[in-house]
Design a protein around this ligand. Structure first.
Ligand SMILES: CC(C)(COP(=O)(O)OP(=O)(O)OC[C@H]1O[C@@H](n2cnc3c(N)ncnc32)[C@H](O)[C@@H]1O)[C@@H](O)C(=O)NCCC(=O)NCCS
Ligand SMILES: Nc1ncnc2c1ncn2[C@@H]1O[C@H](COP(=O)(O)OP(=O)(O)OP(=O)(O)O)[C@@H](O)[C@H]1O
Length: 205
């Protein structure tokens, strides 16, 4: 059976498990366009935007850095410890992100393969928007260590961010492809190459 056109790979995982490492490889090595929900979510809160203003109204100017940008670390310290505040923020940002995806897909409709990098692919029930789902996993100890190192976070703050998400094993159980990023980046790339070749005929549903 012919693969649907375009083939849309929904790339997900836990925080700091390696989504960006995979998406950069797909983009740079394979030339596949990547639409990144995290990047759109950052665009949603540029200084002066309606959502930036709503955030400042809700939490005060303490959320704004001296350079005028949103203090993302500080906002994370609020929402990753408080489910209601996380839900409020998602309600502000997600419609903008959905609109960005829809607009970009009009532009990319003739591409044979497109990647949608979406941390909340399963949590937000977006799996119907893609033709196959890939999840990047590693052990929780590695995830915590990589997150602490990259974002200069304490162990407590890293664990709060990890625990605010759907457990990785639940994501792995739902995914079409599980990419194990518990060893080297080279080993991860090998799995990506294999998944690109082997799963090209997965159809939605
Ligand atoms: C809270 C914010 C400001 C923290 O920013 P920060 O620069 O520290 O992190 P960044 O945006 O790079 O996200 C890093 C990772 O955090 C995790 N994460 C982000 N938002 C969420 C969320 N709502 N729920 C669970 N995990 C999340 C994802 O794994 C993501 O890849 C930011 O994550 C945000 O605006 N989140 C709400 C928007 C959202 O839901 N984004 C997810 C994609 S739409
Ligand atoms: N196999 C690996 N071995 C060691 N470090 C790694 C490996 N893969 C990724 N990393 C590092 O772990 C960190 C997280 O990786 P990456 O940014 O790709 O994750 P992510 O899932 O995109 O993160 P986020 O959820 O925050 O967007 C980065 O600093 C990256 O360089």
């Amino acid at each position: 059976m012919a693969a649907p056109s375009p083939r849309i790979i929904g790339l997900t995982g836990g925080i700091a498990t390696g989504k960006s490492t995979v998406s950069h490889y797909l983009e740079q090595h394979h030339g596949i366009p990547v639409l990144d929900a995290d990047a759109y979510a950052r665009q949603a809160v540029v200084p002066g935007s309606p959502i930036f203003q709503a955030i400042v109204q809700r939490y005060g100017t303490a959320m704004v850095q001296p350079d005028g940008e949103l203090d993302r670390r500080r906002l994370g310290d609020v929402v990753f410890y408080n489910t209601d505040e996380k839900r409020w923020l998602e309600q502000q940002i997600h419609p903008f992100v959905r609109q960005c995806f829809a607009q970009a897909m009009v532009r990319l409709q003739d591409c044979p393969v497109v990647v949608h990098s979406i941390p909340l692919l399963f949590e937000a029930n977006l799996v119907d928007q893609v033709t196959e789902s890939w999840v990047v996993i590693c052990s929780e100890a590695q995830q915590c260590q990589r997150l602490m190192a990259r974002n200069q976070l304490s162990r407590t703050d890293a664990i709060a961010r990890i625990q605010s998400q759907m457990p990785l094993l639940d994501k792995a159980a739902r995914a079409d492809v599980v990419l194990d990023n518990s060893t080297t980046v080279a080993a991860l790339y090998g799995q990506v190459d294999q998944a690109l070749n082997e799963h090209s005929s997965i159809t939605p549903g």
